[in-house]
Design a binder for this molecule. Structure first.
Ligand code: G3P
Ligand code: CA
Length: 290
């Protein structure tokens, strides 16, 4: 049993026994190492509007290095950071552009999207927050010295999005050795999209979002370094089956699971031996797994 697994198992045992989670000091005294890497999902999206610069800063204030985001293309080919393929849930697009149903991201220019309020739906304190372009987003992550788990969202909707994503990453200095080695992962639910990124830039760390059958994992290992499944679909056996394989960089495949927002499930998946946990509540997950 690894140190990480042992620590997480202790946390699970404590939870099951109705006790408090293993305190950090106690874990350290026991010689425990760090738990799974914590990724702030859409930024620290429990505390600030998802995928905004405020959510990046909220993660930073919590001391969280890694932020996850979602990237899509506007009508005029600009990469913007937004989760849904339509703008209605997280912006005021329906009020600002009432005749533009269904308010698809791909039907709006970057200038139009820049006018939208992406914060008021979350809380009045965030009124006026914008949908960032990927460039703006990268500047903020860089300013905070954070790291990026970038998701290419709905790649089938946006032919060429991989090439444009890599172009912007390169332009902003995110494909230099330091970023590629330590500060960037590109993931997608689209296997073809992950492959396209890997083919264009084999040095970039990639992740496939989903839970492929164990028998199919070797074919994924040819182009992805990570298998990133929903936490509801995995157990310790699946995690071990993934980690047994080596990815395109000759290292064991990793597992980052999502979206775990409570202490009990965080401790549970840490006990499965996952490498990372993607969460809206990074503070809760960190405290539950250390
Ligand atoms: O990073 C994992 C997670 O973001 C995948 O789901 O729908 O939140 O993008 P979704
Ligand atoms: Ca995502």
């Amino acid at each position: 049993m690894s140190v990480r697994t042992a620590t997480a198992s202790a946390a699970v045992a404590a939870l099951l026994g109705g006790c408090a989670l293993l305190p950090a000091a106690q874990a350290q005294a026991a010689g425990a190492k760090d738990g799974p890497v914590v990724f702030a999902h859409r930024g620290a999206s429990a505390y600030a509007p998802e995928n905004t610069l405020a959510a990046v800063d909220a993660a930073d204030r919590l001391g969280i290095d890694w932020v996850e985001n979602d990237v899509q293309l506007t009508k005029d080919g600009v990469l913007v950071v937004v989760h849904d393929t339509t703008l209605g849930r997280t912006t005021d697009a329906e009020q600002v552009f009432p005749s533009r149903a269904p308010w698809a991201v791909k039907d709006f220019t970057a200038a139009e999207i820049a006018k939208l309020d992406a914060g008021s739906w979350f809380g009045a304190a965030y009124a006026g927050a914008r949908v960032p372009t990927l460039t703006q987003y990268l500047h903020r992550v860089e300013r905070n010295r954070q790291k990026l788990l970038l998701e290419i969202k709905s790649p089938e909707t946006y032919p060429g999005i991989e090439k444009e994503t890599l172009r912007i990453l390169r332009e902003e200095g995110w494909l230099d050795r330091g970023h590629v080695k330590h500060r960037l992962i590109v993931q997608s639910f689209g296997a073809e999209s992950v492959k396209a990124v890997h083919d264009r830039r084999p040095d970039v760390v990639t992740g496939f979002l989903g839970t492929p059958a164990v028998a199919d994992l070797p074919s994924y290992a040819a182009f992805t370094d990570q298998i990133n499944p929903s936490y509801t679909t995995i157990g310790a056996d699946y995690v071990a089956a993934v980690q047994k394989l080596k990815g395109p960089h000759g290292k064991p495949l990793q597992v980052n699971t999502w979206t775990v927002n409570d202490a009990a499930n965080a401790a549970k998946v840490a006990g499965f031996g996952v490498d990372g946990i993607i969460t809206n509540n990074p503070d809760i997950v960190r405290d539950a797994t250390r």
